[in-house]
Design a protein around this ligand. Sequence first.
Ligand code: AKG
Ligand code: FE2
Length: 333
Amino acid sequence: MSQAAATAEGPEGRIPVLDIGPALAGAPGAMEALAGSIARSCEDTGFLVLANHGVPTALVEGCFAAAAEFFALPEEEKLALKVGQLNLGFLPTGAQVIRTSTIHNNTKPNLNESFYISRDYAPDDPDILAGKPMIGLNRWPPALPGFRPATMAYYTAMLGLAQRMLPAFALALGLRPDYFAEDFTEPSCTLRLIRYQPQPEPEADRFGFAPHIDTNFITFLAQSALPGLEVRTREGEWLRPPAIPGTFVVNTAEMLGRYSNDRFAPTPHRVVNTNREMRYAIPFFFGPGNDAIIKVVPSCIGPGNPPKYEPLRYLDHRQKLNRTNFAHRQQMP
Ligand SMILES: O=C(O)CCC(=O)C(=O)O
Ligand SMILES: [Fe+2]
């Protein structure tokens, strides 16, 4: 397995560290400058690091602590919350082989266990009562009363940050700042808690998380306490994002690639936990609303650059992924 190379830090590195405080505060010209940096890194590695983002440290730490407490529960308590038709709840180790990846021909299950959380619908929410597709009730561990407030406080803060970053991504594509607003009025978001078991001895084709691209719009990763995440550059090298405590690693995902006609293409990444301890991650996946139709944006087409993608309803994309993943799950012993 190739060693990860060091990454230059600072605003102009290949995975730049961007102080987004001025842009969030509305300082003159700051949003445009941020958009320029986003465009540069999204055309290159598709990864960036956000500093000064306004999400309280206590919420990030609270979510990591909730994850550690959950995964420490006895296996049967976790299995009682096992995912069903939707990816909500606990997915045990060995249950996921990313066979949909076009990046890597994965053959072995990922060495991680996960817990998925979505928007926290009430049982009598009209959309739940109407049986709308691809939404459902979160599952909560009865033994951990603090788990729901801690994870949902984090979820809500991340949703706010993601919405505040949308204008920057629109500007980065040469669009008006509110271009994406309508498609994200009811965004599809998932908070995934992950625990990676140690894998101190590298083994061929065995990963904490095999090489993949994310299928949503953009993903926010609070910095994990331990290294393990690696990003594949266009040249095929694996880089580690700058590990600056308190920042968020952000990566472009499939729908941003699709809107942008691959100008901001999603970047393959993987996790190998070569540490001697469990590694935790709490990615927040931000995606369009189920009803949004993802169309290539006007600024990314022109003479000699026709749209590479047909319009796609996000719900159809999600349902297709869910069917594939569910079929895989059923094949598992
Ligand atoms: O554990 C990490 O740092 C990354 C996780 C990841 O790539 C994912 O959940 O899609
Ligand atoms: Fe990922």
